[in-house]
Design a protein around this ligand. Structure first.
Ligand code: SF4
Length: 444
């Protein structure tokens, strides 16, 4: 049984649940698709590029079903399937099973066993029992904790509410139980994720804890030393949360705060419920309350109606605020979203030119901010030994991340040291910095 995961961190967590359900259902797992009797592709359907990547992965997996291949059952699950199941059924006859997102995925093991002609097997029959997760990253000392599903913000360019539905916050006791489970696997860094972390609890009434309340629970009920917040929303980030971050060293001084744009006219068309001035003062306040705060953001270029003046306003904002990390994307129209019907299309070449210009500005800012870390001694979570023959292996031998590096997006700390272990901390003196990566040696 093989599983291919595409898309975001939330999809990765879904795959970890599915892997555990499949194992509990008596299906043996393999990382080598050529040896799998059944293959599951967990897809992404967020934007055009991601959809194309998902289709390619499905066709790639289908090759293992060709004569001589071991694969007998191909299943497609996740966001693309949730959004386009009927169309995909018509266009992809090689696929045997389609499942969407959420609870449907709990029946995957039982459906695969019957498609393989095998009996009901282990516990996967009972949908109520939420299997624990198979968390590969725990060996590197970190894991994601998905605290909610869906989103009720309905930003006008975004298809996620159409795919994953409105916000559904997970019960805090369930999250504490899962965090404790991850801690028992050796997880030292817990990365909280959702579509909008700062909306946590808003769908559950005033007595339900919000994000700050959930964090206080995780701090008191676990001993996990590093807790990181990914995907907050500038319109929902409260001062109380910033004060808690500023006073609790186990909550990393790190915020992923997608601003998306900085021209109020465009922010309004996007439905972002905030303004450039509000975001400026929020960021100023956050840096006052949280010492050494590292800020990541995301921006969307070429939104319908974006003028050169709007783009310049964004460039000025980015040059002024100086984020540590920034992801920039060209707008792509998503059907059934309000933005898809808005006029004022920006030509593709011009969108890409604006993305390039903004990334070049950010590269310089990241390099300057990274240079400021040279000479400092930073706690680093060791993730892996570098492979022989890998660049830098001779000089450094190991790769890890500091509090300023979120997993999978922010680059590495390359380090030299003896007797190091993946999934453990080391104190590292930074000797050199590049645009995104740092280089140093372990100090005792
Ligand atoms: S907050 Fe994020 S996930 Fe939610 S609608 Fe807006 S862009 Fe989409």
């Amino acid at each position: 049984m093989g599983l291919v995961t595409l898309g975001c961190a939330k999809n990765q967590v879904d795959s970890e649940y599915m892997l555990s359900g499949l194992a509990a259902g008596g299906l043996s797992l393999t990382g080598d698709l050529s040896r799998a009797e059944a293959i599951v592709v967990n897809t992404c359907g967020f934007i055009q590029a991601a959809k194309e990547e998902s289709i390619e992965a499905i066709l790639e997996a289908a090759r293992y079903k060709e004569p001589g291949g071991r694969c007998r059952v191909l299943a497609v699950v996740g966001c693309l399937s949730q959004r386009y199941a009927e169309q995909l059924k018509a266009e992809l006859p090689e696929v045997d099973l389609f499942l969407g997102v959420g609870d449907e995925q709990r029946s995957l093991a039982a459906l695969l066993r019957s498609a393989l002609g095998e009996g009901p097997g282990g516990q996967s029959g009972c949908r109520e029992a939420r299997p624990l997760r198979l968390v590969e990253t725990a060996l590197q000392g970190w894991a994601y904790l998905k605290i909610a599903e869906g989103c009720s913000n309905h930003c006008s360019y975004c298809a996620i509410p159409l795919i994953r539905g409105d916000l559904v916050s997970r019960p805090p006791h369930e999250l504490v139980e899962e965090a404790r489970y991850l801690e028992s696997l050796g997880v030292l860094e817990l990365n909280l994720i959702a579509q909008d972390l700062t909306a946590y609890g808003r769908d559950r009434g005033k007595d339900h804890p919000d994000l700050e309340g959930l964090l206080r629970l995780l701090l008191s009920e676990t001993g996990i030393p590093w807790i990181r917040l990914l995907y907050t929303h500038p319109a929902h980030l409260e001062e109380g949360l910033l004060e808690l971050m500023g006073s609790e060293r186990r909550i990393l001084p790190y915020l992923d705060l997608p601003v998306q744009h900085a021209a109020d006219r465009i922010l309004g068309r996007m439905g972002r419920k905030t303004t450039a001035e509000k975001m400026r003062s929020l960021i100023r306040r956050a840096r006052e309350l949280v010492d050494s705060l590292v800020l990541r953001t995301t921006v969307l270029l070429g939104y319908p109606g974006e003028t050169l003046r709007d783009f310049e306003a964004l460039l000025e904002f980015i040059a002024e605020v100086r984020f540590d990390r920034l992801g920039a994307f060209a707008y792509s129209p998503e059907e059934d979203t309000p933005a898809a019907g808005q006029g004022g299309r920006v030509p593709r070449a011009e969108k890409e030119r604006r993305v390039e210009m903004l990334l070049e500005l950010q590269r310089r800012i990241s390099a300057e901010r990274n240079a400021g870390r040279v000479g400092r001694v930073l706690p680093v979570l060791i993730e892996r030994a570098l492979e022989p023959g890998e660049a830098l292996c001779a000089e450094y031998g190991w790769a890890g991340r500091s509090a300023a590096h979120a997993p999978e997006v922010d680059g590495w700390v390359y380090l030299a040291g003896q007797r190091l272990e993946p999934g453990s901390f080391a104190r590292v003196r930074i000797k050199e910095a590049q645009d995104y990566d740092l280089f140093g040696a372990v100090v005792d």
